[in-house]
Ligand binder design. Structure first.
Ligand code: NAD
Length: 373
């Protein structure tokens, strides 16, 4: 069986597997082919893949020969058409939202696994690319804010006077938010955080941050630990509370998302206009509609001296460790579908089924079936 590791498109600097992960794959008895220059932007050279036993191939060779094709960004329909019949395609295909790609994969009877569909269960934690990449994103968002802020994060007592610590407000305490809290605390900031899930409060407090309480949030026990849409009344109360906290904040990092929906608007334009000049807002939800009224995806907007950074693919800004984590997640997932060096698709396994977009012309993941109906 041939496993192919694809080179990502120009704007992506991660690679799905670094040489150390490839070495493990080879130890399972598979042949591994790596696309020429696939690891360059993540600082893994072609010779470093060859040293562990992989061969370097052109994209055309990989597409036509591999039994399992592994990447991060999805292939285009044009390239999918070039893949071998029966090949398994793996990537982060945005399968819940990209109906065109989904329909094409089903119509062409392809077998496709989309890593963002890995169920958020305890057993699947080691395969969860969303959590791994959110860890990178939360960390990097704080470094970006610290770099842009015209002030120190920590408190300083110097001969030139005292510096008070910066005040950081984190909105949304999921994986990215908690990592942002931990990083901002390590840098010595005074951190406040808010989430609609009460379960997040304990985690926020355990990281040494203060929890901002807004009464009356809606929670749904059947939402798998995720946030659900809130009432208009609650959202207004929340915006007012955030407004009060924002006036004192040096940095706001927003991470609030609701799966399958537009991100909630948490920071209104009036709030940004009332913030301290020099303050920084990092909006990690910019590409799904934005938590801040003024953010634009992949752009920095300045209003009254407040800089609002609309973040896109921040995980790609730390390609070495992001690729390392991605590769480890992939290995843990591949263990479920490779037995004795051969492909073995067990659709009795809820992780395999949950992650599979389609197989033999049919939608497989319950989440995909639900949106197809
Ligand atoms: P996410 O990226 O979907 O959202 C980020 C955070 O925004 C969440 O904490 C959410 O509650 C919050 N949020 C949504 N609407 C909000 C609003 N109006 N105001 C304030 N905050 C709002 O979340 P995530 O990081 O992917 O994690 C979501 C949940 O999944 C958490 O409960 C997490 O513990 C759980 N999880 C479980 C696993 C696992 O078991 N494998 C892995 C990762 C996450």
């Amino acid at each position: 069986m041939i496993i192919g590791i694809l080179k990502e498109p120009k704007e992506e600097s991660r690679v799905a597997m670094l040489p150390e992960a490839v070495k493990t794959l080879l130890s399972w008895g598979a042949e591994v082919q790596v696309e020429q220059a696939a690891g360059n932007t993540a600082f893994a050279t072609d010779p470093s893949y060859q040293e562990v036993g992989a061969s370097i191939k052109s994209r055309e060779e990989l597409l036509s020969q591999a039994d399992i094709l592994i990447g991060i960004q999805p292939l285009s329909p044009l390239e999918i058409a070039k893949t071998k019949s029966g090949a398994v395609l793996m990537g982060q295909m945005n399968a819940l939202y990209d109906s065109q790609l989904r329909d094409y994969l089903i119509a062409e009877k392809k077998t496709a696994f989309s890593m963002e569909l890995v169920p958020r269960t305890t057993r699947a934690q080691s395969m969860d690319v969303l959590s791994s990449m959110a860890t990178v994103t939360g960390y990097k968002a704080v470094l970006m804010a610290a770099d842009l802020l015209p002030r120190f994060f920590p408190m300083f007592m110097t001969a030139a006077g005292s510096i008070t610590p910066s005040r950081v407000l984190i909105l949304g305490a999921g994986v990215a938010g908690l990592q942002a809290i931990a990083t901002a605390r390590r840098l010595g900031a005074s951190v406040f955080a808010f989430d609609v899930r009460q379960a997040a409060k304990e985690e926020v407090l355990s990281l040494g941050a203060k929890f901002v309480d807004v009464e009356g949030a809606t929670e749904d026990k059947d939402a798998g630990g995720y946030a659900v849409e809130q009432s208009e009344e609650f959202l207004q109360r929340q915006k007012d509370t955030i407004h009060e906290h924002a006036l004192k904040a040096d940095v706001i990092i927003t991470t609030a998302q609701i799966p399958g929906r537009k991100a909630p608007l948490l920071v209104e334009e009036r709030t940004v206009r009332a913030m301290k000049p020099g303050a920084v807002v990092i909006d990690l939800a910019a590409s799904s509609g934005g938590n801040c009224a003024l953010s634009q995806p992949d752009q920095t907007v300045e209003v009254n001296g407040v800089r609002i950074v609309g973040v896109g693919n921040l995980a790609a800004s730390m390609p070495q460790d992001a690729s390392k984590m991605y590769g480890k997640n992939y290995l843990n997932f591949l263990k479920l579908i490779i037995k004795d060096g051969n492909l073995h698709l067990n659709f009795e396994d809820d992780i395999v089924t949950g992650t599979c977009v389609c197989h033999e012309g049919k939608a497989i993941s319950p989440r995909i079936i639900q949106i197809q109906n």
